[in-house]
Design a protein around this ligand. Structure first.
Ligand code: F0G
Length: 459
């Protein structure tokens, strides 16, 4: 083992090779598996109580104390202060929402929404980007890249613009929501629209990274996931450092769920929490690879000896059958989640479950989130639709304390919202199923009597 306080390590129990944090790696050079950032906690000055992190808010004129990521810096202590990049990310909200609780089926007081749409680029990705850009600065990277369903590209483009780093993003042609594409273009990233889906972009960006010497910030970058751990620290903070019964998150490339599992495992190891919550990861039915791997193929973490071949076989089966992902929740339209193995570990740590929800359920849940006073993009609402399903299935107890993670801002995907409410989706995006909470705009003549009649009319 490396004597450093922090190093990179292969996650597979048969390998466990270690590498310094000064190396730029997106896979284990020895066996090709994913890498973790690992700490020797005896060499890190971790505060004895979580409340110390919250107290830093009082000195928020220090940008590192203001950041909802770096406020927790001892728990992701892989670089020095001079490398740490921040744009004020992580000023997010844990909202108890008693109006949405009956929709989900939990008792009032039991439902909480962790709203990550409040981040500088409007999604949870900024938590990870602050950490990845800090590592990029530490190793002197000058060009950064990612493949994306939209939010990663928006976040990368913003942080690159802030740091003066050149950015290249790979997006599937016609596959990303307009709000996200607008951000990538506006922040000046070189935006390559690849004639393919997200999985094709992911494969190509890895090749291009190796060939052109780019710094990759997709969630195969272990430093990015360190930043995303802080979402769970803030959930705990919002609950007065109490552990919820359930955390429910949408599953796409599975970086978030992986980071959440790591966060809870480390806090438990450090004795800062006495139990971990259960984790539910929610796929869309049109992009349900994790659901298949876990519930049909019974794949488990198996103490780190997980079955790599089973995942490779599933990818090959997708190729052989021409299976392609398709969901209105474009952010999670992913069939080959790169963090599948780390997510298996998170499910093991948190006694997790995986479910899939339909596009209609996602959009109806999203409309409810909006009506209950918050709002989110379609993929985010998979968490709410998934929690509702799990209560109906008797998996989540109605008396439980449940946190649904709302990963992105509603304005990320205005087409999906307007399509839902008016029934006029952009071509290729029609969603079957009932639009239970559609709020149709009302055409009215430019006439005061007609206008007042429309104002007064019963809904
Ligand atoms: N929600 C939103 C709004 C997302 O943008 C993503 C992923 C997810 C959920 C899924 O999170 O990948 O950690 O399981 N978006 C990526 C992107 C893939 O490129 O923006 P995950």
């Amino acid at each position: 083992m490396t004597p450093e306080k922090c190093y990179q390590q292969c996650i597979h129990a048969d390998c466990r090779a270690t590498f310094g944090v000064d190396q730029v790696l997106v896979a284990c050079p020895r066996c090709g598996d994913l890498l973790d950032v690992v700490y020797d906690w005896s060499k890190v000055a971790v505060p004895a109580k979580l409340a110390v992190f919250a107290a830093r808010w009082a000195s928020r004129d220090n940008p590192l104390d203001f950041s909802g990521v770096w406020r927790f810096r001892e728990l992701l202590d892989f670089c020095d202060d001079r490398h740490r990049v921040t744009l004020g990310e992580g000023q997010t909200l844990l909202q108890r929402n008693d109006r949405l609780a009956p929709y989900v089926g939990v008792k009032p007081g039991g439902l909480y929404l962790q709203y990550e749409g409040l981040n500088p680029s409007g999604s949870f990705k900024d938590n990870g980007m602050a950490a990845a850009f800090s590592h990029a600065r530490m190793v002197g990277a000058t060009r950064v890249a990612c493949a994306s369903t939209g939010n990663t590209s928006a976040s990368l483009a913003l942080y690159a613009a802030h740091c003066g780093t050149r950015a290249v993003v790979f997006v599937g042609s016609g596959r990303i929501a307009f709000g996200k594409l607008a951000q990538a273009l506006e922040y000046g990233a070189r935006t390559l629209q690849i004639a393919g889906d997200f999985d094709a972009c992911m494969r190509r960006v890895k090749e291009a990274t190796a060939r052109c010497g780019l710094y990759l910030v997709n969630s195969v970058n272990p430093f990015r996931l360190e930043g995303q751990k802080t979402i769970m620290y803030r959930v705990l903070e919002g609950l007065g450092w109490q552990v919820p019964d359930w955390v429910v998150a949408p599953g796409g490339n599975l970086g978030n769920s992986s980071a959440f599992g790591k966060a809870f495992a480390e806090l438990k190891e450090l004795g800062l929490i006495d139990r971990v919550p259960r984790l539910a990861v929610i796929n869309a039915t049109g992009a349900d690879t994790l659901d298949r791997l876990v519930n049909e193929k019974k794949l488990t973490w198996n103490g780190g000896h997980y079955d790599r071949q089973a995942i490779a076989d599933d990818w090959a089966w997708q190729d052989a059958t021409g299976r392609r992902p398709h969901t209105i929740a474009s952010a999670i339209e992913i069939a080959r989640p790169v963090n599948a193995a780390k997510c298996l570990r998170a499910l093991a740590v948190c006694d997790g479950v995986v479910r899939s929800v339909s596009d209609a359920d996602i959009l109806n849940a999203r409309a409810q989130v909006g009506r209950c006073g918050l709002g989110c993009e379609p993929a985010s609402a998979a968490s709410v639709a998934g929690a509702k399903l799990l209560v109906a299935q008797g998996v989540i107890d109605p008396a439980a304390r449940v946190v649904c993670v709302l990963t992105g801002h509603p304005l990320k995907d205005p087409d999906a919202a307007v399509g839902y409410h008016t029934g006029q989706y952009p071509k290729g995006k029609e969603v079957p199923g009932e639009r239970l909470y559609a709020n149709m705009p009302i055409p009215v003549a430019d006439d005061i009597d007609a206008i007042c009649a429309a104002v007064e009319r019963e809904a």
